[in-house]
Design a protein around this ligand. Structure first.
Ligand code: SAH
Ligand code: SF4
Ligand code: F3S
Length: 452
């Protein structure tokens, strides 16, 4: 049997796509391997969001070339595919810089992989056209064994692409225009996942709360309506969604927080900056106070909710005063955790053309200050759970023998001693200590066991 190795970079959309690609290739006789050296087919599923992410691909392709040569000396052929957002953005430029690549395929064209592999026997091929058909309609469903091997918490892409055109961002160009998958398909896929033991669904999209899929009755469904329907599927105990845009946090979705027990108290809502001037220049279409109001309303409904965010530091024209506004917003909100990045000028985006780029050392100094504050908040958030009793969805055995590891409703990793519980159960655990990246607790009560 042939073997395929897939390495994904970037966001969860890529993780989900990688699973769909391996499902498709299973039908072509490929089994997944974790060792690139053993692979007959190597897929790099790339990310273009920042320069560093995009450049990683080329260093990895150097490694792939070396492995390809070693394998060729042993008489083995190795096919190399570059997929994902760098493939979409750079197309044939990749073949110029890395002739060892056989196929360059954009994120919307994965259903054509068998055909592209076939065609690449003659010479390397590039497919970055945006097709009319929806790739998901043409990708095979995972088998029960594949679902089980991926664990009790699964991603489900419900929406792709973005029409918002923030002035720093490549996603509208690499993933294309916004598209929502039809409700019936999502129910079908979620049901299959649940029947194979999945307990938690994370609904994925670049702009997931802009979801507006076609319902079974032909009407348009919002994310809140979809969440309520998915919560009815037997076995599904937890729902999350990511990544959201503040502009699309509508009343119905805010009401669903606190109203739908399966909707977990965690929200990733990127704000990028606390300065209204910078937010306008980013074309975010909301102010810092709009963001504060949204969070206040959600906290009224789910008081302890873990709010997380993304920040871009050193966007063109950002002054010390703008940066202080960002620190103020962070202090006002209190985040459970966050991701923060130095602004990276991206080809083809309006902000990259601006002449008032912020010098690298200024970006670095501001980023370090922001990250210090965010880290203090993260530690405080986790510390506040000590003494609380939390439901933990068990995902895997813990680091030590006799331990189990899972997630709290607030997305925190939790470890506790138990030799009788199994993966997929939801246990009640009293938190005794917060340390490093995890919480540690004592089992209070074994949870429900769902026949899978
Ligand atoms: N759709 C989401 C974000 C998707 S990209 C949203 O609207 O917020 C994930 C994160 O990468 C962004 O939130 C942003 O913080 C960061 N990012 C995007 N483009 C960037 C750039 N050019 N430089 C630095 N960080 C960037
Ligand atoms: Fe990028 Fe903005 Fe779209 Fe998010 S909303 S994917 S940051 S363009
Ligand atoms: Fe990266 Fe593409 Fe996701 S650019 S963040 S992999 S949508």
């Amino acid at each position: 049997m042939k073997k395929v190795f897939v390495k994904s970079y970037g966001c969860q959309a890529n993780v989900y796509d990688a699973e769909r690609m391996t499902d498709l290739l299973a039908g072509e006789g490929y089994r997944e391997t974790n060792a690139m050296e053993d692979a007959d087919l190597v897929i790099l599923n790339t990310c273009h969001i920042r320069e560093k992410a995009a450049e990683k691909v080329y260093s990895e392709l150097g490694r792939v070339r070396d492995i390809k040569l070693v394998r060729a000396a042993d008489g083995h052929d190795t096919k190399v595919i570059v997929a994902g957002c760098v493939a979409q953005a750079e197309g044939s430029e990749i073949l110029r810089r890395a002739p060892q690549v056989d196929v360059v395929v954009g994120p919307q064209n994965y259903h054509r992989l068998p055909d592209l592999l076939q065609r690449s026997r003659a010479r390397s091929v590039v497919d970055t056209e945006f097709p009319i058909e929806d790739k998901f309609d043409h990708l095979p469903k995972p088998t029960r064994a594949q679902i089980v091997s991926r664990g009790v918490s699964a991603f489900l892409t419900i929406q792709e692409g973005c029409d918002k055109f923030c002035t720093f961002c490549v996603v509208p160009y690499t993933r294309g225009t916004e598209m929502s998958r039809p409700v019936a398909r999502l129910i079908d896929e979620a049901t299959r996942l649940a029947e194979a033991g999945v307990r938690e669904l994370s609904l994925i999209g670049q702009n997931v709360n802009a979801y507006h899929g076609e319902g079974p009755d032909g009407s348009v469904w919002s994310l809140s309506r979809l969440l309520r329907r998915l919560a009815e599927i037997p076995g599904i105990a937890r729902l999350r969604y990511t990544t959201s845009h503040p502009r699309d946090m509508d009343d119905a979705l805010i009401l669903t927080h606190g109203d739908l027990p399966a909707l977990m108290p965690s929200l990733h809502l990127p704000v990028q900056s606390g300065s209204d001037r910078i937010l306008a220049a980013m074309n975010r279409q909301h102010t810092g106070d709009d963001y504060r109001r949204i969070i206040a309303r959600i906290r009224q409904r789910q008081p302890g909710i873990a709010v997380s965010s993304d920040f871009i530091i050193g966007f063109p024209g950002e002054t010390d005063a703008d940066f202080d506004e960002t620190l103020n917003l962070v202090s006002d909100i209190g985040f459970a955790f966050s991701f923060s990045f130095k602004y990276s000028p991206r080809p083809g985006t309006p902000a990259a053309e601006r002449s008032d780029q912020v010098p690298e050392p200024v970006k670095a100094e501001r980023l370090a200050r922001l990250q210090k504050l965010l880290e203090t908040q993260r530690v405080a958030y986790n510390q506040a759970t000590v003494g609380q009793t939390l439901d933990v969805l068990i995902e895997k055995p813990g680091r030590l023998a006799g331990q189990m590891a899972g997630k709290s409703p607030y997305l925190q990793p939790v470890q506790f001693d138990s030799d009788s519980l199994t993966v997929g159960q939801i246990a009640t655990v009293q938190i005794v200590r917060a340390g490093g990246g995890s919480l540690f607790g004592d089992l209070v009560k074994a949870g429900d066991r769902v026949a899978a």
